[in-house]
Unconditional design. Structure first.
Length: 195
C-alpha cells in the first residue's frame, strides 16, 4: 500500500482553520489518493454492524479493534487485534497525535451511508486523544461548548483523506457531531487511554 508523503520532523504545521477550540488540529491530504482507494477497498470487505446505543440502533455501521466500548453495559471490552492493513496509517496518526503507535490501542471504524449522522457527544473519558481520518466523502464536523444557557459553536468540513486530532480543551470541554452525510463515507478513529 503506497504511503502518503511523510511530513518532515520540523516542518511547519499547516495553518489551522479559524474559530476552532484549543487542542483541535487538522491536516488535509494526510493519506494519498492511492492509499485511500486501498483502504476503502479493504474496508468494504469488513463485517460492519449497526451502531448500538442503549437499546437503539444507529444509522452508521461500526467495527472496533483493540478495544470496544459496550454502550448497553457501559463497559470496555477487548476486541480483535488492530489489523495489519491499519498499521502504517496508525503509525502516522500517532506521530500527528504526538504519541507512540502502540499507545493508539483502540480503533473504531465507521461506515456512514447517505443520511447517517452522529449525534452530539464527547468520547468516553477513559480515552485521552481522539484522532480521526476521513475517507471517500467530505462531511461537516461540528463542535459546541455549553456556556450558561448557550452553546458557542464551531464547524469545519473534513475533506476526504484528511486527519484531525481532538485533545486538551477541545476534548474535555467541547462536544462534537456530524449531521447526516450526503455520500458514502468511512472514518478511521484511533484513541489512546488516559494515563
Amino acid at each position: 500500500m503506497p504511503l502518503a508523503r511523510q511530513p518532515l520532523l520540523f516542518e511547519d504545521a499547516p495553518p489551522q482553520p479559524p474559530g476552532l477550540p484549543e487542542g483541535f488540529a487538522y491536516r488535509p491530504d494526510f493519506v494519498s489518493p492511492d492509499e485511500e482507494a486501498d483502504l476503502a477497498a479493504w474496508l468494504a470487505t469488513l463485517p460492519f454492524e449497526p451502531f448500538q446505543f442503549r437499546g437503539y440502533e444507529g444509522k452508521r455501521r461500526v467495527i472496533s479493534f483493540g478495544w470496544q466500548y459496550d454502550f448497553t453495559r457501559s463497559h470496555l471490552e477487548k476486541a480483535g487485534e488492530i489489523p495489519a492493513e491499519l498499521q502504517a496509517v496508525r503509525a502516522r496518526a500517532a506521530a500527528f497525535a504526538e504519541v507512540a503507535p502502540d499507545d493508539l490501542q483502540q480503533c473504531l471504524l465507521n461506515e456512514y451511508l447517505p443520511g447517517a449522522p452522529i449525534g452530539w457527544h464527547r468520547d468516553r473519558p477513559i480515552f485521552e486523544k481522539v484522532v480521526g481520518i476521513s475517507l471517500l466523502a467530505p462531511c461537516t464536523f461540528r463542535l459546541r461548548r455549553r456556556i450558561g444557557d448557550g452553546f458557542p459553536r464551531a464547524a469545519l468540513e473534513l475533506a476526504p483523506r484528511s486527519i484531525y486530532r481532538i485533545d486538551g480543551e477541545a476534548r474535555t470541554a467541547w462536544e462534537h457531531s456530524i449531521p447526516p452525510v450526503k455520500a458514502h463515507r468511512y472514518s478511521i478513529t484511533f484513541r489512546n487511554f488516559r494515563p
